[in-house]
Design a protein around this ligand. Sequence first.
Ligand SMILES: Cc1cc2nc3c(=O)[nH]c(=O)nc-3n(C[C@H](O)[C@H](O)[C@H](O)COP(=O)(O)O)c2cc1C
Length: 365
Amino acid sequence: MFFEYADTGSWTSSTYKRNENDFKSISFRQRVAKNMSNRNLRKIIIGEDINIPLVLSPIGICGLQYANGEILAAKAAEKKGIPFTLSTMSICSIEDVAENTSKPFWFQLYMMKDRTFMDNLIKRAQSAKCSALVVTLDLQVMGQRHNDIRNNLEAPPKINLNTVMQFVSKPSWCLNMMTAKKLNFGNIMGHVTNVTNLSSLASWTADQFDPTLTWEDIAWIKDRWKGKLILKGIMDSEDAMLAVKAGADAIIISNHGGRQLDGAPSTISVLPEIVDAVNSKIEVHFDGGIRSGQDVLKALALGADCIHIGRPYVYGLGAKGQEGVEIAIEIIKKELDLTMAMCGETNISNVGLHNLHHNPFKIIN
Ligand SMILES: Cc1cc2nc3c(=O)[nH]c(=O)nc-3n(C[C@H](O)[C@H](O)[C@H](O)COP(=O)(O)O)c2cc1C
């Protein structure tokens, strides 16, 4: 049920599949006889010097893919010199991750109706010295995911015939879970009034995503959060310009990995028009459908400043914990490095449209 939670989109999963498939129609411009030694993948992203322009996306309930999953993914990111983003809907709390890592991580915020809880959550991210706040704007209401309904997914999982059968068939997962510090939402449990047990936690959470969220709430957040602010879930040039106006330091072009509006375009297809609209005023980050270093290079060539990945590292985490996440990052890094070289480029900051042979997502002004 946790693999299926990750490996799904909303409704027909058409946007989820489109995110991956649209990369296939872009091709590279191959160059030869250029000095390809001394390659550099480092880049400054929102003021942070990182080893590769790659960030681990916020992913809910990583701690149920693998015991203490958020801590392990954060450690892997730290070891590889890239940022990790902790989800509001994580199993390990902000404090758990901060206590077990030595570098600042990013924190992702879902706007909830309970503004006292929100105020406190922002303060907790500040005390944990998170270096960026990523506010997700595309989940005011929740896209329907058929797998999760069929599996009756909850944190922690409900005990019924279906779940028992799944546990019995996955003994190593069960053993691993016995080492988990927590099995429910660590950022929420113990931090909201009237939530004292698991059933009240489940109903509180389901009711809390705020459909009234508007740009005025971003001003409310900015009054409280003085650090770097990144707005996630932008799919439209007009919204991108509103994000610039709202004072964001960066946006993330994202359709939530195809988990929200099924039928929305792929993220790679809207990247060029959003880059054009933002016109270098703030950084444009990108996620959705990245499955290789080649995909990373294509998105950078189309104008993204930095790339975020979700599922590639979650699969690594589910398979092998921290080591799995490190391997996933390493595979992408190596593919990126070699592909960049074969395109005749030695510095990741110089990658651009000139590295592409065919780009079906040109903007026609
Ligand atoms: C299993 C899963 C859980 C997710 N949970 C969150 C979340 O808690 N907060 C959030 O902002 N985005 C969440 N996302 C979206 C990711 O942050 C990211 O936008 C998406 O995974 C990128 O697409 P990719 O998986 O194709 O790389 C989730 C995605 C997946 C696959």
